[in-house]
Design a protein around this ligand. Structure first.
Ligand SMILES: Cc1cc2nc3c(=O)[nH]c(=O)nc-3n(C[C@H](O)[C@H](O)[C@H](O)COP(=O)(O)O)c2cc1C
Length: 172
């Protein structure tokens, strides 16, 4: 039986729903997917959070995140969960600007991934993983990185069965 961690980053609060309609989420899409995965396969759940919150206003938030992205900033995190006890890590993130968010990159750089199996999952507005698989390879030397699962953000809440089936199958 694999020793499983589920680690994710997800933005709470304002976000765009289809049609660029602004909605307020108590729980982000990736967080909801991570919880479905834990329910399906067990393991320990860890949320990555930035030490300083992004602006509440969504347009301002996107501008702040884009500025970080352009400069290659790694925002400090509240916590850097210890991955050393785990051999299999489900790693969840939203697609930001065609790859993974900078807070996730910062977390990945903090860990030793040698010999670990990483099963990524992404939620997005439609671009899926983008170039995050390439970035994952660079940031996690020595890991075995699986193809992973891509889900549309606004469909996650109604996709528990699909996500659970994917997670169980991904472990085989
Ligand atoms: C800063 C930012 C950048 C984004 N960039 C993209 C993108 O390039 N492609 C895409 O399909 N979706 C993009 N999205 C949409 C998110 O990937 C999507 O809404 C995701 O499900 C959000 O997950 P969360 O609720 O867990 O944060 C972006 C969202 C944000 C906030």
């Amino acid at each position: 039986m694999a020793n499983i961690a589920i680690v994710y980053y997800s933005l709470k609060g304002q976000t765009f729903a289809p049609g660029r309609q602004l909605v307020n989420l108590e729980k982000g899409h990736t967080a909801a997917a991570a919880e479905f995965i834990q329910k399906a396969v067990g393991g320990d759940l860890f949320e990555l959070e930035t030490a300083e919150a992004y602006p509440e206003d969504h347009m301002q938030m996107i501008r702040a995140a884009k500025a970080e992205f352009d400069k290659g900033v790694r925002p400090e995190l509240k916590n850097y969960p210890d991955m050393s006890p785990y051999d299999t890590v489900f790693l969840g993130f939203p697609n930001w600007f065609g790859t993974m968010p900078m807070p996730v990159m910062g977390f990945l750089e903090h860990c030793d991934w040698t010999g670990k199996r990483i099963i990524p999952f992404v939620t997005s507005g439609g671009s899926g993983f983008g170039k995050s698989p390439e970035d994952l390879k660079k940031l996690c030397p020595g890991a075995q990185i699986e193809n992973g699962g891509a889900f549309l953000g606004h469909e996650v809440e109604n996709s528990e069965r699909q996500i659970a089936d994917w997670a169980k199958q991904a472990l085989q």
